[in-house]
Design a protein around this ligand. Structure first.
Ligand code: GDP
Ligand code: MG
Length: 713
């Protein structure tokens, strides 16, 4: 009558669950595992799973159709199937059923109802099954109700006594296997017609128990024991359900009353009878393990069972905790993946780990301590290693960020665009150099750089240190040293750029100083030209070198490096000066012409010459020409070194007009105009002044036509 119509009717009948089927198998559903059904049933009912140790298991044993299910339903408001009429028991109802009491009690009850086949039909298999279900009930229950007919009492009948005998023997086995607590056996005497007083019945049962105890085979260690060392006994009788229905219900209600108030002295399932170390949330797994062990006739060792339970449950708690932990990490992970640095990573991580361990400890605390501790350790390690992945990402980001920070400091000072932290190769260094050249030179570079490095490393170290989660063995020293190395390298590149920039500045300054003088001196182009050039060249070099040396000190340049830098600097000034001279030499044809005119076409008073008869035009012409041609030699050879002053590079002679001066061939870096060009220049000059000469001659001959004197060259 109580079967529901949902699809799970095979195993769930209203609020009860079939735990073991008629074949002795733990019931599994096809699509839905039994555990889920069972647990959801248990947790739906009065928060069973959260009860910790605050629950009792009650089971009932006794002959078939003796009203066991009827009684349980009355006492605990369960919905176990009651067999009406002689329909017989269908296989689907046989086995062990469980249900949670729904009565208004201070106690939470899990009720076990065992359905067997009818006594008269029992074969050996059925006997074995009964023995197993009895052991199962004994292991789980604090109270074992034994249902017996009043008229069976004193008959020492096979059915009653064999049941008790089983229970006694099995219990002794359990005590051998470390069972520690007594079980209460509550005899409920059915169909008591009050013909025999209750105390008489009770006395008879106790006498039978004594007799039975003496008869059973006991292990050596328990030979001299008494049944009351392992059991407490209690008695209750009920009138016939059909003959005295009102009284029956009244008495059932009285019995029920003894399950309601755990502060009352006649409260039946006292704490001392309970399994103290199987918490409610582990009961399903424990029942499973116990039944599988019993079914396969293996030794049922209770501590081992409890350890197994702890292992299993702790594994579950570990998984649940870990899953929750990874969910909790999600927001941190997302932030880090977006490139954010989490300043209080260490604290945050610690909080999450503590919370996770706490979440584990809550349910785990009730289980076998060693196991809980071991599993806690593995959980802890997993939590830390999961968090470490994020820590490492954070440190990587922090590393990049520290380089960015350094670059921003550099940029602040120099307006240099920093290289991106990820690219480190020479290509970016080259492009940087260009930019550095356009920016200013950093004063007191060495001190400045030390400062910047320190700031950047401090930034890294501070955040990295606060990213360490207390209790971990994480470290980041490798990153620290990499960062140090990296910034040192960056500073080195920057320093080189800065020194290059300084040298360019010095060069520019020198040329700026030299140039006006150089123009004046070359304009004059007198015999002391090179002496003058050397003098201003030396003076400028001295001046600038002095400043250069002072400014190089900012860069902490070593002695030999200074020599090299200054050497290069001098070299570059020299070649710059040479190129300036090349520029000046371009005006040479004009200069030659101008000087020639000054000497040939002007007289000593700088007035236009009037040729007279007495003038030796040829000699004047030769002097003027030679005078001009000296300029070619003057401008064609660089005479910056003292010893070069007397060098004569170009001299026009009639027969070696295009041969270069062989002795000077190896001093090409001093040659401003090649010998060949000098010759060409000279030839052109001579061609150019020929007409001047001719004109002078014709002027003179006009004056003295009669003399017929003809000039010779
Ligand atoms: P179970 O097999 O021990 O669980 O017995 P049931 O609870 O299914 O009851 C079997 C039959 O016995 C049903 O017809 C009940 O109405 C009847 N019954 C229940 N309680 C009593 C009782 O106290 N005395 C008698 N004589 N019959 C009872
Ligand atoms: Mg029943």
């Amino acid at each position: 009558a109580d079967t529901t119509t949902n699809s799970n009717t095979m195993v769930t009948v209203n609020e009860i669950v079939q735990f073991i089927d008629h074949a002795g198998e733990i019931v599994k559903e096809k699509d839905n595992d039994q555990k889920k059904t069972f647990l959801s049933h248990l947790s739906d009912k009065s928060d069973f799973l959260t009860k910790g140790f605050d629950y009792s298991v009650i089971s009932i044993l006794g002959p078939q159709s003796s009203g066991k299910s009827t009684l349980l339903n009355l006492l605990f408001n369960t919905k176990f199937a009651v067999m009406e009429g002689k329909k017989g028991r269908s296989q689907t109802t046989q086995g062990v059923w469980m249900g949670v009491a729904s009565i208004d009690s201070s106690e939470t009850y899990l009720i076990l109802d065992v359905e067997g086949t009818d006594g008269r039909e029992r074969g050996e298999d059925e006997k074995a099954f009964e023995r197993k279900t009895s052991l199962f009930s004994l292991v789980l229950s604090s109270v074992l109700i034994i249902n017996m007919w009043a008229h069976d009492i004193g008959r020492y009948t096979a059915s009653n006594m064999s049941l008790l005998k089983n229970v006694f023997e099995l219990n002794l086995q359990l005590f051998q296997k470390k069972k520690t607590h007594k079980t209460l056996i509550l005899f409920v005497i059915r169909d008591n017609d009050d013909a025999t007083p209750m105390f008489e019945l009770q006395k008879t049962v106790l006498e039978d128990i004594d007799k039975l105890w003496r008869e059973i085979s006991k292990p050596q260690e328990f030979l001299d024991t008494n049944a009351t060392q392992f059991f407490d006994f209690d008695f209750f009788s009920l009138p016939h359900k059909n003959i005295q229905p009102t009284q029956f219900l009244e008495q059932a209600s009285v019995l029920k009353g003894r399950f309601l108030d755990n502060s009352h002295s006649n409260f039946i399932p006292k704490k001392i009878y309970r399994n103290e170390d199987v918490p409610a949330d582990g009961l399903y797994q424990y029942s499973n393990n116990v039944w599988e062990t019993i079914k396969s006739n293996r030794d049922l060792d209770l501590p081992t069972q409890k350890e197994m339970l702890a292992l299993y449950r702790c594994d579950e708690f570990v998984e649940q905790t870990f899953t929750q932990f990874t969910t909790d990490l999600k927001s941190i992970r997302e932030r880090i993946e977006k490139g954010k640095i989490i300043d209080d990573f260490g604290q945050l991580g610690k909080k999450l780990i503590d919370a996770a361990l706490d979440r584990y400890d809550q349910p785990a605390q009730r289980y076998h301590q060693d196991t809980v501790a071991k599993k806690r350790q593995t959980l802890r390690e997993r939590l830390f290693s999961e968090l470490k992945k994020l820590f490492e990402k954070q440190i990587e980001k922090l590393f990049d960020r520290s380089i960015e920070f350094y670059n921003s400091l550099v940029q602040e000072t120099t307006n240099v665009k920093p290289s991106t932290p990820t690219s480190s190769s020479s290509s970016s260094a080259n492009s940087d150099q260009k930019k550095v050249d356009n920016s200013q030179i950093i004063p007191q570079f060495t001190i400045w750089a030390k400062n910047m490095k320190q700031k950047s490393i401090e930034y890294f170290e501070k955040t990295a240190a606060s990213s360490i989660v207390e209790g971990s063995e994480w470290e980041y020293s490798e990153y620290s040293s990499n960062l140090d190395e990296r910034i040192t390298k960056e500073i080195q590149t920057l320093r080189e750029n800065q020194i290059n920039k300084l040298s360019k500045l010095m060069k520019d300054m020198t040329i700026q100083q030299l140039n006006p003088h150089l123009i004046k001196i070359t304009e004059r182009a007198n015999e002391n030209m090179w002496e003058d050039i050397r003098s201003i060249y030396k003076k400028s070099l001295e001046n600038i070198e002095g400043e250069y040396l002072i400014r190089l000190k900012d860069f902490d340049v070593k002695e030999n490096e200074i020599e090299e830098i200054i050497g290069k600097f001098k070299e570059s000034i020299r070649s710059l000066l040479k190129s300036k001279m090349v520029e000046r030499a371009e005006f040479l044809p004009m200069k030659l012409r101008k000087r020639f005119e000054e000497n040939f076409n002007m007289d000593s008073r700088k007035l236009p010459r009037k040729w007279t008869k007495s003038d030796d035009i040829s000699s004047v012409f030769r002097d003027a020409r030679n005078n001009s041609e000296k300029l070619i030699d003057l401008f064609s050879f660089l005479r910056l070194d003292d010893g070069d002053n007397d060098v004569e590079y170009f001299k026009h002679t009639a027969n070696d007009d295009h041969e270069e001066n062989l002795s000077l061939i190896d001093q090409t870096d001093k040659i401003i105009i090649s010998y060949k060009d000098c010759s060409t220049l000279c030839e052109n000059f001579r061609r150019d002044i020929k007409s001047d000469y001719n004109q002078a001659c014709s002027e003179q001959s006009r004056l003295s036509a009669s003399t017929g004197l003809s000039p010779t060259l």
